[in-house]
Design a protein around this ligand. Structure first.
Ligand code: FES
Length: 143
């Protein structure tokens, strides 16, 4: 009897892992046309001069993706390493979070994330999904 329970529990855990992988938005990185953003292969290139909000720490540029989700690029510090790109789907149950000052708040159950994507308040336990990002003084490449 205990063995059956263990198998079921293992199956449930695998199911949860698959759902989590399904939430990973890596494959959906294609932007709806926007100012200063172009698709280069599977990556997005963001012209930093045309997105002046990213010149100041705390600045955010939101990019609609072709799968309906939203990617946010955030200036967290000065310099080429001071940019973060993340998906705005809450890591609790996938509801889009909304910026409110220096936080992203989930309207579903109240999770809060910092502008760097880290969890401030649950129920979400993981930070917002981050995309790889490299930057020069003029361009951020995401993906
Ligand atoms: S879906 Fe965001 S807190 Fe539940």
């Amino acid at each position: 009897m205990n063995e059956k329970f263990d198998v079921s529990r293992r199956g449930l855990l695998c199911g949860i892992a698959l759902v989590a992988v399904g939430l990973m938005p890596e494959a959906a990185l294609a932007a709806v046309p926007a100012v200063g953003i172009k698709q280069v292969g599977k990556k997005l290139q963001l012209d930093l001069k045309k997105n002046a909000a990213l010149s100041k720490v705390g600045g955010v540029v939101e990019i609609s993706l072709s799968d309906g989700s939203t990617l946010a690029v955030v200036r967290t510090a000065s310099g080429a390493k001071g940019l973060v790109a993340m998906n705005l789907a809450c890591t609790h149950q996938g509801v889009p979070v909304q910026q409110s000052g220096n936080t992203f708040i989930c309207p579903a159950h109240g999770s809060q994330f910092g502008l760097d994507g880290k969890v401030i308040q649950g129920p979400a336990r993981q930070g917002l999904y981050k995309y790889p990002l490299t930057a020069t003084a003029t361009t951020a490449t995401i993906g």
